[in-house]
Design a protein around this ligand. Structure first.
Ligand SMILES: Nc1ncnc2c1ncn2[C@@H]1O[C@H](COP(=O)(O)OP(=O)(O)OP(=O)(O)O)[C@@H](O)[C@H]1O
Ligand SMILES: [Mg+2]
Length: 270
């Protein structure tokens, strides 16, 4: 049985595309056939983060409009045969994703893949609603700040009332909280909300905590999902999140301020 998982947030710039790329690669690395779809029409960030932007010929909207077949539009990852990307269109027409078109594409993908990861655009407009509508599970990506938590709360409301599962009265979309760009120093100095604060407000189970980490930008500049950087804290935290998504029990890491030894104090490093 394949699973459709939306990576959503409400607020922009919180780390959805970073998360979609890393979770997808993490699932593929563990042998699961995975496709990641960019629902962010007009922007196209996912193919950059996955380093396949030069291979984009056809896209999601071309498939929906019947201008290309799904197999013509899917791009196989260079590093892992289990991972495929369905890129977003550059079109300005934000309503190009029709509900029946999206459904047809997802039905076809279900035949080939174990996991279908949907990278949502920000906001609660048409594109974001299409990304979440067919989801079985949702990774609610949130930063530890009030505006992000508030928007995540709105998205949880949408998942519970406007998804297909809600409309049909099926088992609800399984929600996961992924707290990203977490900075323990700023939490300790009360500039940011703590995990406990966010959990209390959103009241959904925690899938993971991804620290604020310079290696995220470095990796994306190289077209590499940060999960492939095994030395980085963000990469390790995404590995843990993938394990939990697959049902493994993993303790949370990177929650508290790290006590630096003298070597790290001298030479830095994360
Ligand atoms: N854990 C992290 N540590 C440091 N920087 C991060 C982290 N996660 C994401 N970023 C940075 O935050 C910025 C936004 O990330 P990303 O594009 O993944 O967000 P998004 O939610 O997809 O944005 P949008 O709403 O525009 O689609 C990028 O510059 C990215 O490198
Ligand atoms: Mg994005």
């Amino acid at each position: 049985m394949s699973k459709i998982i939306v990576v959503t947030s409400g607020k922009g710039g919180v780390g959805k595309t970073t998360t979609s790329a890393s979770i997808s690669m993490g699932l593929a690395l563990r042998g699961h056939r995975t496709v990641v779809i960019d629902f962010d029409i007009g922007l196209r960030n996912l193919d950059l983060i996955l380093g396949c932007e030069r291979r984009v010929v056809y896209d999601f909207v071309n498939v929906i409009r019947g201008e290309a077949t799904l197999n013509q539009a899917l791009i196989k990852d260079k590093r892992n045969d289990n991972l495929y990307v369905l890129p977003a269109s550059q079109t300005r027409d934000k309503d190009a994703l029709s509900q029946s078109g999206v459904e047809q594409v997802l039905e076809q993908l279900k035949q080939q893949f174990d996991f279908i990861i949907c990278d949502s655009p920000a906001g609660i407009e048409h594109g974001a609603m299409m990304a979440l509508y067919f989801a079985d599970e949702a990774i609610v990506t949130t930063n530890p700040e009030v505006s992000s938590v508030r928007d995540s709360d709105r998205i949880i409301g949408m998942l519970q009332s406007r998804s297909r599962r809600a409309e049909l009265g099926l088992e609800p979309v399984k929600e996961h909280l992924l707290l990203t760009r977490y900075n323990p120093e700023r939490v300790a100095s009360q500039e940011m909300l703590s995990l406990a604060d966010v959990e209390e407000i959103l009241a959904i189970p925690v899938l993971g905590l991804i620290p604020e980490c310079g290696s995220v930008l470095n990796a994306s500049n190289k077209g590499l999902p940060v999960i492939m950087d095994e030395t980085s804290h963000a990469g390790q935290a995404y590995q843990d999140a993938v394990s939990r998504l697959l049902g493994e029990d993993k303790p949370l890491r990177f929650l508290d301020v790290e006590k630096k030894g003298w070597l790290k104090k001298l030479f830095g490093g994360n």
